[in-house]
Design a protein around this ligand. Structure first.
Ligand code: ARG
Length: 493
């Protein structure tokens, strides 16, 4: 019997193929099966379906191996599964599967369930990258590197300072994903098509069997909203932008002009014509996948924006974007984490890059304010003139300072000012200038130990949270399996 019923004449096969989601339903096949099991358990518990019928349905659902990429043309996996059940058990038995539920609430539930699992994997990946980043901060943290703004040397910083910046932005990605997880944790089941159902189902019980902590309040909202999916697409896109920026830095830092870092061979490729080439291909593809994630977000927003309530088949087109973004994020995180751990920094090349780059000019300006009671803008002008002079004469800043600082200060302030040349020289030293930083979150090497500790604490907390969410999910999985078994065994006994 064809479960599509008798209202319509035969669907054109091209229609079926065109509208079908079967090509990407494989991602949620397991979740669709679990939704069907939980719903049938509830129907039996409420006496809406007899135990013998429920038991047969549950046995089928427990043992089903329905290939989402099966040969028969189907609108979607929901259709394929029910048809397979009817073929196997007969319509007088499997015909109860869809009592009190619709593909609309079923697909919304399955997507959220799969999304929740994906989000946990992405969080785990982000934690792994965080770990790689702090590992680098710990191993090479005191190395002084140029800090850039506008990709121009700005001020010297420690490598740890740079790594902590990546860590902290990843921390916000993790926070965003955790908040998203909480919003995704609401069960649409029981909403049926749009209006709810007269069939007695305890929505809270079904939700619990599916690992949701609550139910969506309004049935129409439950089946027609995809804002959580859009938020996921946005969160993945934002995360991918963080990764893309890290990837971009590795591309730049590993170029010959910089030579700050050597990327491990495992994450590079050579050229088919130029035998010497070492191309940072993993970083490049990570950077490009951020573009795809942004595209997926735009696609999702554009698909949803003009839809009237409630369910429209357009919503189906959002789903594959979601899975692509999620798996790209997972892959990129894993590879970047491994790559970052294998980076080899060239301290000598980095030191050469800092030499003579005037990046301690701000430190000197601050020193002049503190030491000689002039305003910062005056000090800024004096040091700017010194730098200009150094460039024109092709001399190091400290030489020019020895000769010209007193004169420039007098010119700027109209006062005679005695300059302590030794103190000025030490202010101009990159390492010494870092030691004078006092503001929290700054790049003073003395702050590294504390920075490592607070970040280790944050990772520990996030890992504990992740573990708690995972064990709650495992508990409800076991609970569902037990409930299914108890109905099957109860009948067979
Ligand atoms: N394949 C659909 C999707 O992914 C399932 C829901 C279809 N609902 C419907 N009334 N045709 O969104």
């Amino acid at each position: 019997m064809d479960i599509r019923g008798r209202r319509l004449r035969q669907q054109d096969e091209r229609t079926t193929r065109f509208i079908s989601s079967i090509g990407f339903d494989g991602a949620i096949a397991d979740e669709v099966l679990r939704v069907n099991r939980a719903h049938m358990v509830e129907l039996v518990r409420r006496g809406e379906v007899s135990r013998p019928v429920g038991s047969k349905c549950l046995t089928f659902l427990r043992d089903a191996h329905v290939d989402a990429a099966g040969a028969a043309p189907a609108e979607d996996f929901h259709h394929l599964l029910e048809q397979a059940a009817v073929d196997a058990l007969g319509v007088d038995v499997a015909g109860y599967l869809n009592l009190g539920k619709s593909r609309n609430d079923q697909v919304a539930a399955a997507i959220l369930m799969h999304l929740k699992r994906s989000v946990l994997r992405v969080i785990e990946g982000a934690l792994e990258l965080q770990e790689a980043v702090v590992w680098t901060a710990e191993a090479h943290g005191r190395t002084v590197i140029p800090g850039y703004t506008h990709l121009q040397h700005a001020q010297p910083i420690t490598l740890a300072h740079h790594m902590f910046a990546h860590f902290d932005s990843l921390g916000r990605d993790i926070e965003r994903l955790s908040q998203l997880y909480a919003r995704a944790d609401s069960s649409p089941m029981g909403a049926a098509a749009i209006a709810g159902t007269s069939v007695r189902v305890d929505r809270g019980e079904v939700a619990a069997l599916l690992g949701f902590s609550r139910t969506t309040a309004n049935a129409m909202d439950a089946v027609s909203s995809r804002d959580v999916e859009l938020e996921a697409l946005a969160s993945f896109a934002i995360l991918m932008c963080s990764l893309s920026r890290l990837a971009e830095e590795l591309v730049i830092w590993s170029s010959r002009e910089f030579s700050f870092v050597e990327i491990p061979d495992e994450f590079t490729a050579t050229s088919s014509i130029m035998p010497q080439k070492k191309n940072p291909v993993v970083a490049e593809i990570a950077r490009a996948k951020a573009g795809s994630a942004i595209g997926s977000l735009c696609a999702g927003l554009a698909i949803v924006k003009g839809l009237p309530h409630s369910y429209n088949l357009d919503l189906q087109e959002v789903t594959p974007h979601l899975w692509r973004s999620a798996s790209d994020a997972e892959d990129a995180l894993a590879l970047l984490a491994a790559m970052v751990r294998g980076l080899r920094f060239d301290g000598a090349a980095i030191a050469r890059a800092i030499e003579g780059d005037f990046s301690t000019a701000t430190a000197l300006a601050n020193y002049l304010v503190r030491e000689h009671g002039i305003s910062f803008r005056q000090a800024h002008a004096v040091v700017g003139a010194l730098v200009r002079d150094a460039i024109v004469k092709g001399k190091p800043l400290e030489h020019v300072a020895d000769a010209r600082l007193g004169g420039l200060l007098a010119e700027e302030t109209g006062r005679r000012i005695n300059v302590d040349t030794r103190a000025v020289r030490s202010t101009l030293d990159a390492g010494a200038s870092l030691g004078t930083i006092t503001s929290s979150g700054g790049s003073n090497p003395d702050f590294i130990a504390g920075g490592l500790k607070s970040r280790a604490d944050s990772m520990r907390e996030e890992r504990a949270h992740l573990k708690a969410l995972r064990s709650a999910a495992d508990r409800s999985d076991r609970n569902l399996a037990r409930s299914v078994e108890s109905i099957i065994q109860g009948v067979n006994r």
